[in-house]
Every structure is written in structure tokens, then in C-alpha cells.
Design a protein around this ligand. Structure first.
Ligand code: DX5
Ligand code: ZN
Length: 218
């Protein structure tokens, strides 16, 4: 079976103790740290920006997976790259030229991701696979943690798994939103190999046990 990586989303952490929370997630076995960037415009919530990402870099050495929910995104790509992002993902709806945005991320030596909202079709990424290192399927509408998983997205995950395998490229397939120990097995079965989880990690008393449960080792 394909190895599954767990990327806890810091959005559900204690924001007064973000450094400690990032350390704790890494110590608990997190593979990546998922950082949700929201601008109050592309999504109806505001989180944090590159200054916070940079400050967190001193607290954890695992890959920083930066999910941009901002529009426009292009002007901020260099700031997130300099802040220490390893992967920068953005939504096709955030700007007019997705291909150019992905090129910009790659030109800075970072991995580039495309995020598909629940209503966004797989065709949005189909013709830019050569510039894509990760595809993120949103299983909730972006903006908030703690929402219910949308089962309608499982067929999209399966379609993308087939598309990625047919491409012969190494592209991670990530799911974000409402991922719990109950919904994770469905995501994995559909072909996802990176699970983002906010509430299902930071909302639990034991992060290591929570991460193990998401891997199906609970
Ligand atoms: C939502 C964010 C998610 C969020 C997930 O817009 O992209 O990463 O933190 O939270 P949970 O896992 O609680 O649904
Ligand atoms: Zn996210």
C-alpha cells in the first residue's frame, strides 16, 4: 500500500502558543505541517501571514505545506518562499493565470500545489500537471476548521488518483477538511496519500495517538 503522510493543520492549534504547538505536532509524528493562509477576501476568515510562517520555522524542521487562500496570490509567493515554505499551494480561482503562478513557485525552488474547491472540476488541473507537485482536494468549503467532510469529493479523489497514475508523474494527492479517524480510511481507499487534519489532531488531548488513528493505527 502507498504510504500515507499526515499534515496537521495549525489552524486548530492554540494561536497563543503556535511555536509549541508546531513542535508538539512534529514530535507526535506529523510528516508535514499544514499552514492555512486566509485573507478575509478569498475566504471569509483571516488567519496569519508570512511573518508567522517565518517565526514557526525555528520550531519545526518537517516540511511546511502552505495552503494559500488569498487573492491575488502571486504577489505573496516570494514572501512565503522566503519565510520557509517547502510546498506552496493555491486555488485556480485566486488568479487569472494558474500556469504562471505554478511557474513562479517552481522558479523559487519550491514545490507547487493546486487546490480544488468542492465545486471545482478536476479539469482545472488537467493541463498543468507538468508543473504540479501536489493536488489538494478540499472536502469542505475553505475558510474554517471543524466542518463536516463532504463525501461527494471521494469520487474526485479517485478520478485524480487515476489521472496522476496515468501521468507517470510524482504528484502528491492531498485531502483537506473534515478528515477524522472515521473519514480518513475512505480518503485513503479513494487514493489520497496526504491527509490534512486540524480538529482531529489539535482538538485531541494526545497528538501522537490522534496522528496514529488517522494512519489507521489507532
Ligand atoms: C479549511 C482549511 C483546513 C482546516 C481543516 O479552509 O484549509 O486546513 O484547517 O480543518 P479540519 O481538519 O478541522 O476540518
Ligand atoms: Zn488547508
Amino acid at each position: 500500500a502507498r504510504p500515507v503522510r499526515i499534515a496537521p493543520s495549525l489552524l486548530a492549534a492554540d494561536f497563543a502558543r503556535l511555536g509549541e504547538e508546531a513542535r508538539a505536532a512534529a514530535a507526535a509524528g506529523a510528516d508535514w505541517l499544514h499552514l492555512d493562509i486566509m485573507d478575509g477576501h478569498f475566504v471569509p476568515n483571516i488567519s496569519f501571514g508570512p511573518v508567522v510562517v517565518k517565526a514557526l520555522r525555528q520550531h519545526a524542521s518537517i516540511p511546511f505545506d502552505v495552503h494559500l487562500m488569498i487573492s491575488p496570490a502571486d504577489p505573496y509567493i516570494p514572501a512565503f518562499a522566503e519565510a520557509g515554505a517547502d510546498i506552496i499551494s493555491l486555488h485556480p480561482e485566486a488568479g487569472p493565470h494558474l500556469h504562471r503562478s505554478l511557474q513562479s513557485i517552481r522558479a523559487l525552488g519550491k514545490k507547487a500545489g493546486v487546490v480544488l474547491n468542492p465545486a471545482t472540476p478536476v479539469s482545472a488541473v488537467e493541463h498543468v500537471l507538468d508543473l504540479t507537485d501536489l493536488i489538494l482536494v478540499m472536502s469542505v468549503n475553505p475558510g474554517f476548521g471543524g466542518q463536516a467532510f463532504l463525501p461527494s469529493q471521494l469520487v474526485k479523489i479517485a478520478t485524480l488518483r487515476a489521472m496522476i497514475d496515468a501521468s507517470g508523474r510524482e504528484i502528491a494527492l492531498q485531502v483537506d477538511g473534515g478528515v477524522t479517524a472515521e473519514t480518513a480510511p475512505h480518503c485513503i481507499e479513494a487514493g489520497a496519500d496526504v491527509l490534512v487534519a486540524g480538529t482531529a489532531v489539535f482538538g485531541k488531548p494526545d497528538y501522537a495517538a490522534a496522528i496514529a488513528a488517522l494512519r489507521g493505527q489507532g
